[in-house]
Ligand binder design. Structure first.
Ligand SMILES: [Zn+2]
Length: 305
């Protein structure tokens, strides 16, 4: 029996030396607010990190119910990576409940992934959440624009390296390998959407402006009156008329929107409602960063063809 135990331990030691994975206890424990940031952190962190996302891909990331399970995740986190631009301001409530000084605002373990992003849709006049507008500092939905992944992953590498400076080169090497794969995918996406440049789409919620701009598509209208404010009948009537006049054939819908409403509007306008992955994991098959964009580009190209 004892002999068998020694063999087992030896075998485990051999396996351990062959597999470079860091033991779970040594991994940097990262919590991200949204799954896109988890996907990108997994890419640059590899097996040196253990990453959990507070929101799931099908959820509305503006409004997340703070359950005790979320606070527990934050309590043991070394790093909290947030989207910023007020998309995930609910994280602040969860952090206060988690009582973890490593990730309070201003601590080295708090990472704002939006640092350095050129923000679009910044309101010309002052708006705030009391007016119901959920984009008071501009459009916060930059994370699935592949052209911004270099900036986002740079912020993530900086955050990880503050925690583990001796690993910076490993993180940076992982990042470069990921960006090389992303470049290849980008060539594919650009080819698929190139013939559709200038095409107009209507969006349910203004979630897509970074991606649409990136590929030369135009957001003609939103179904919501304002970001986060439900569509009024008068507004919908105007949008339907505009869609007919301008021959707009697609309404982009997020999984958490009122898909039935979007479908009805699309039918009246002679168009199609297309559900895209608003975050990684938002629809079936969109389970990685590149996979989610693959899904969205293919679905868009097909609907606009
Ligand atoms: Zn939004």
């Amino acid at each position: 029996m004892r002999h068998a135990f020694v063999i087992l331990v030896t075998a485990l030691a051999v396996i351990g030396s062959l597999v470079p994975a860091a033991p779970a206890a040594d991994r940097i424990r990262v919590v991200t607010t949204i799954p896109d940031l988890k996907a990108l952190t997994d890419e640059v962190g590899g097996d040196l990190v253990e990453v959990e996302s507070l929101a799931r891909g099908t959820q509305n990331a503006h409004e997340l119910e703070i359950r005790p399970s979320l606070m527990l995740k934050l309590r043991r986190a070394d790093l909290l990576i947030e989207n910023g631009l007020e998309l995930d301001s609910w994280a602040e409530v969860a952090v206060q409940g988690a009582n973890n000084p490593k990730i309070v605002r201003g601590a080295p373990g708090r990472v704002d992934a939006s640092r350095g992003i050129q923000v679009l849709d910044v309101p010309a006049t002052r708006v705030d959440r009391s007016m119901g507008d959920v984009h008071p500092h501009g459009n916060p939905h930059y994370s699935l624009d592949p052209g911004l992944a270099p900036i986002i992953t740079e912020n993530i590498v900086d955050g990880l390296a503050r925690f583990a400076p001796e690993r910076r080169q490993v993180f940076e090497k992982n990042r470069q390998a990921f960006l090389a794969r992303l470049d290849e995918a980008m060539a594919r996406w650009s080819r698929a959407l190139e013939p559709l440049k200038g095409a107009k789409v209507v969006v349910y919620h203004p979630q897509w402006i970074y991606v649409l701009n990136r590929f030369g598509l135009i957001q003609a209208a939103t179904l919501e009156d304002r970001p986060g404010i439900p569509a009024s009948p008068a507004h919908l009537t105007r949008v339907i008329r505009q869609m007919k006049e301008e021959r707009i054939r697609v309404i982009i819908v997020e999984p958490w929107n009122d898909v039935k409403l979007a479908t009805r509007v699309a039918e009246e306008a002679g168009a199609k409602a297309v559900v895209l992955a608003s975050m990684v994991g938002g629809v079936k098959g969109a389970d990685s960063y590149i996979g989610a964009i693959d899904h969205n580009v293919n679905a868009l190209a097909q609907a606009l063809r």
